[in-house]
Design a protein around this ligand. Structure first.
Ligand code: KDG
Length: 315
């Protein structure tokens, strides 16, 4: 029995050891990537039980991912697929801005996840389903599976959190991406968009307008990530801006949104006030941008507390 269910595509990720375009780089470090897997690792490090649902190939990357998840103590619901490979990606090294990412994931094992796979998922006792906009971009069967995950979460009385996590290169068209992501957001309880995503998805970068849009679609709460500035919350009876933590050196922006989601979901599970929940989400997001890996820097409760105390005045 796990508190949180996550569903997505984990990948082996090769991060360039030296700066430069990906085709020029000669040495890479292998790490684990995947938005939902990052959230799973973050929640587990904070002491929460999570169950991660995916499909892996019977290949070395599949074995690597399975062993890594086991090492993190994450409960898994993995289907093996010997007809399809496990996805992987390359990421370059940058000193500012977002890194270049190149995927090898079309027709991967995880992209074959289907509604039939979802029927087998054990939701027993779970309180939260966390979804991102990545699985519905992977294939039609994955998209159907995403919708079925939400239906099953509803049947089990769970809270649904949704991070749009836009990956335009994975979608067949921008219009399908916008329509599908907004439709999924309308079915979630808590929506976690960024301001850049707001611009693409509903035409505004203003946090208040983005939040009002998703509240209008039915979300109980919307937390808009405003990057280094922090976050804006629109929830029952509360509309408020919260400052973020100042980061001395941004090493890699990828994974910051996942860290933020860890803060929100763990805060919900622990019954934190909105203020404490956002402080935690901002802190984990700040920690995440300070490390190269998408999940290695995710903190334990003690590390998180120490970070918040140390950086309390840097907001
Ligand atoms: O949110 C971080 C993820 O983007 C990264 O870990 C890899 O899942 C990934 C993706 O599709 O880009």
């Amino acid at each position: 029995m796990s508190e949180v269910i996550l569903f997505g595509e984990p990948m082996a990720m090769f991060v360039a050891k030296t700066p430069g375009r990906l085709h020029e780089v000669e040495e890479f470090t292998r790490l684990l990537a995947g938005a939902e897997v990052n959230v799973a690792i973050g929640l587990k490090r904070l002491g929460h039980s999570v169950s991660y649902v995916t499909k892996l190939g019977t290949d070395p990357f599949g074995t690597y991912i399975e062993e890594k998840l086991k090492k993190e103590g994450i409960d898994t619901q993995i289907t093996k697929d010997d007809q399809h490979f496990t996805g992987y990606q390359l990421k370059n090294k940058v000193f500012e801005g977002d890194p270049e990412v190149f995927y090898y994931r079309k027709n991967s094992a995880a992209s074959c996840l289907s509604e039939e796979d979802v029927e087998k998922v054990d939701f027993e006792g779970a309180r939260v389903l966390h979804l991102t906009g990545i699985p519905p971009a992977l294939s039609q069967s994955c998209r159907n599976a995403t919708y079925r995950m939400i239906e099953r979460a509803r049947e089990n009385g769970m809270l649904v959190t949704f991070d749009p996590n836009l990956r335009p290169t994975l979608w067949e068209s921008k219009s399908v991406m916008i329509r599908t992501i907004n439709d999924l957001a309308a079915r979630a309880d808590i929506v976690l968009p960024g301001t850049g995503e707001g611009k693409i998805l509903m035409g505004s970068e203003a946090p208040e307008e983005i939040a009002a849009y998703y509240r209008g679609l039915g979300a109980k709460a919307v937390v808009v990530k405003t990057g280094a500035d922090g976050a804006y919350v629109d929830a029952e009876g509360q509309k408020e801006t919260f400052c973020g933590f100042k980061v001395e050196q941004v090493v890699d922006t990828v994974g910051a949104g996942d860290g933020f989601a860890v803060g929100i979901i763990s805060g919900y599970l622990e019954g934190l006030s909105i203020e404490k929940m956002i402080e935690r989400a901002n802190a984990i997001g700040a920690i995440q941008v300070s490390v190269e890996s998408d999940n290695e820097g995710l903190p334990t409760q003690e590390e998180l507390q120490a970070y918040i105390e140390k950086h309390q005045n840097q907001r």
